[in-house]
Design a protein around this ligand. Structure first.
Ligand SMILES: NC(=O)c1ccc[n+]([C@@H]2O[C@H](COP(=O)([O-])OP(=O)(O)OC[C@H]3O[C@@H](n4cnc5c(N)ncnc54)[C@H](OP(=O)(O)O)[C@@H]3O)[C@@H](O)[C@H]2O)c1
Length: 331
């Protein structure tokens, strides 16, 4: 790990791609968690870049293109070359939710639309958002590899892929990153995905590092907005949330002992697992707090205390409802 002038160390994913040790998730800038504020989101992206938090994560499905448009606006006028820009294809919005489309012809069309919205001629890291059960992953990744040859994309990744899929895709084109939900509350990748990516030299990007805000300390009850995605997530249900908040209050006590905020503790724990978290932050104050977590180091004793307090499976409720859980691969 090397340190630059910014407070954020830099780390390598696979294939030599260097990124800030903590990235910026841009999904909530478009939808899902409360009312989006485009002007503040753009200010947040600018401030993040200035602090060296220059690994930006978006996807074509967030806000049906809106997140990519906001990122494109923020980077227009000279900031594009200062960031590592990641986006994703393969999840398509439908009137009642999403469907997976990993067909090569979809991949080829999707990238051009993303490049237009992002106002750039290339994506640094292009992920398949979900593996299509009806399309061999070799075909989806084969189409993505053609985008590398065409210069539209520099590096490839998968999101929510299991070990066998990762190996099959990596044999078609060397993968740079696998992005999967991973946090103090969602430890499933430790079973099989993390050992696989480590063996193959692929980086691991941890999304929803606060379990969608839960671990950050700002969620205290189920009074979420009418459109808030978390209303439909089992961990936030009337039954499970109080149990999870009780567990979180004990994790927060550990953070207080370390002398950092709950959000910083959740990120420092992920950095200690040698993964790259991409916390979503719409507002500058959150982003700045998260960037400062890059200098928080947790001792071996603190990591052991976390394992004793919140071992895998300690949180109540799955990370997704059944229909969305059916779209992810774990083992
Ligand atoms: N590959 C996939 O399938 C997938 C799925 C989901 C997400 N992702 C990616 O991962 C990124 C992060 O995940 P996420 O947004 O779902 O969840 P998250 O990072 O776990 O939580 C985001 C929430 O935490 C709040 N927050 C951020 N920093 C905070 C702080 N310091 N203190 C208190 N609250 C704070 C945010 O508020 P504000 O926004 O108001 O600042 C937002 O409500 C997304 O933006 C997206 O790029 C990928």
């Amino acid at each position: 790990m090397t340190t630059t002038a910014s407070t954020l160390p830099r780390v390598q994913l696979g294939q030599g791609l260097e990124v800030s040790a903590i990235g910026l998730g841009c999904m909530g800038m478009a939808e899902f968690y409360g009312v989006p504020d485009e002007a503040e989101s753009i200010r947040t992206i600018h401030a993040a870049i200035d602090r060296g938090m220059d690994f930006l994560d978006t996807a074509d499905m967030y806000g049906a293109g809106l997140s990519e448009e906001i990122v494109g606006k923020a980077l227009d006028g000279g900031r594009r070359e200062r960031v590592t820009l990641a986006t994703k294809c393969g999840l398509v919005r439908t009137p009642d939710g999403v469907r997976i489309d990993g067909r090569p012809e979809h991949v080829a069309r999707a990238v051009d639309a993303s490049l237009r919205r992002l106002r750039t001629d290339h994506v640094d890291l292009y992920y398949l958002h979900r593996v299509d059960p009806d399309v061999p992953v070799e075909e989806s990744v084969g189409a993505m590899a053609e985008l590398v040859t065409a210069g539209k994309v520099r590096h490839l990744g998968l999101s929510e892929a299991g070990p066998a899929t990762i190996r099959a895709a990596h044999a078609v084109h060397p993968l740079t990153a696998v992005q999967t939900e991973y946090s103090l509350a969602s430890r499933n990748p430790e079973r099989a995905v993390l050992p696989t990516v480590r063996e193959l030299g692929i980086g691991f990007v941890a999304y929803s590092p606060f379990s969608r805000g839960l671990l950050s300390g700002e969620i205290t009850g189920t009074d979420l907005g009418a459109d808030d995605l978390r209303r439909g997530l089992p961990r936030f249900s009337e039954e499970n949330l109080p149990r999870n908040l009780e567990l979180i209050s004990r994790i927060h006590a550990l953070a207080a002992q370390v002398g950092c905020s709950p959000a910083q503790f959740a990120l420092a724990w992920l950095v200690a697992q040698s993964v790259v978290p991409i916390p979503g932050a719409q507002i500058r104050a959150h982003m700045a707090e998260n960037a400062s977590a890059g200098t928080v180091r947790l001792s071996a004793a603190t990591l052991r205390a976390v394992d004793a307090l919140a071992p895998a499976g300690a949180f109540a409720g799955e990370r997704f409802p059944a229909h969305l859980l059916a779209m992810v691969q774990e083992d």
